[in-house]
Design a protein around this ligand. Structure first.
Ligand code: UTP
Length: 303
């Protein structure tokens, strides 16, 4: 069955981005000028999904407001002939049907996903999850993951190869040969959260893209709170693996930006801005002079 629903968990506290995230949801922070939530909506629409189930918290209503039409703004831009800006504002209109799912308290990623169960149609046997603070580039990995589900059934995750010394920052896959000679697919036999380098079962780490079989909801109901007292999606997937449910990983060879912390977010902004004809050339020039040996920086001198 074709993918219909993408669940976007966006109810977290965003503590790594405080103080900004006290009032601005991190999903609305702009990569150059486009919020992460719009980039995810674009990726979901390109994967063929028609419904974006955005899991938000009562204190983060601005995330859903981003999908509302602002007719006064559009009329004003039109009357002033600001066609470029009008096009940018309208881009999200009709891109995908965004529906809101409430997660009262941040009880974990697994709990957030479980909250979205009632948005699925009765005949949907799988759905995707895309984490809005994880940019997986170029778009299109979900199509590859759907291809793997058509072949093997079950659940498909997305992995990324990192240098061995970096594995301790990530969830790491324990993998086995899938048996079909396809270098982009492995069978998942387990997962380890942030292992020591010496204990890491592989150097394939998890990204924020999941193609989940509907049976995950039943597994989530049976999953006890884990690390940090939260319901973890990896624990529910581990439960399914233990019961013989097929779980595979697509090994993505492209790029990735972690928008969930200032360091990763800045890299994404610089990467996107350097490719932008409006900002790229002058940014490049400024970066080159800023990085030269005799550059003087006044950054942080605010007292
Ligand atoms: P993260 O742990 O990366 O995001 O969760 P966070 O909790 O917002 O950020 P920090 O760690 O405090 O800085 C991954 C994704 O899951 C969502 C988050 O919004 C993020 O998109 N999430 C997490 C929920 O929707 N609900 C939760 O209870 C936890």
């Amino acid at each position: 069955m074709a993918l219909r629903t993408v669940v976007v968990p966006a109810a977290g506290l965003g503590t790594r981005f405080l103080p900004a995230t006290k009032t601005v949801p991190k999903e609305l922070l702009p990569v150059v000028d486009t919020p992460g939530i719009e980039l995810i909506a674009r990726e979901a629409a390109q994967a063929g999904a028609t419904r974006l189930a955005v899991v938000t918290a009562p204190r983060k209503q601005g995330v859903m407001a981003f999908f509302d039409r602002d007719e006064l703004l559009e009329e004003t831009l039109e009357a002033r002939g600001k066609t470029d800006q009008l096009e940018k504002v309208r881009a999200v209109n009709g891109m995908i049907n965004a529906v809101s799912v409430n997660q009262e308290r941040p009880l974990g990623l697994g709990h957030a996903i479980a909250c979205a169960e009632s948005t699925l149609d009765d005949d949907e046997d799988c759905f995707a999850v895309m984490l809005p603070d994880d940019l997986v580039l170029p778009f299109g990995v979900m199509n590859e993951m759907a291809r793997i589900r058509r072949r093997y059934g079950g659940t498909v995750l997305c992995g990324f190869e990192v240098p061995e010394e970096d594995v301790s920052n990530y969830g790491v896959f324990e993998i086995a040969d899938a048996g079909d000679g396809d270098p982009t697919v492995r069978r998942v036999t387990g997962m380890v959260e942030k292992p020591d380098v010496a204990d890491a079962p592989s150097n394939i780490v998890a990204t924020g893209r999941y193609l989940l079989d509907r049976s995950i909801f039943d597994a989530l109901r049976r999953t006890e709170p884990g690390k940090g007292g939260e319901i973890q999606i990896t624990d529910a997937i581990a439960l399914l693996i233990g019961e013989g449910h097929p779980v595979h990983v697509y090994i993505h060879r492209g790029g990735r930006h972690d928008l969930g912390n200032p360091g990763g977010f800045i890299r994404a902004c610089v990467d996107f801005a350097l490719n932008d004809p409006a900002y790229g050339p002058s940014l490049q020039e400024w970066l080159t002079s800023r990085l030269s040996e005799d550059a003087v920086s006044y950054a942080g001198v605010t007292d």
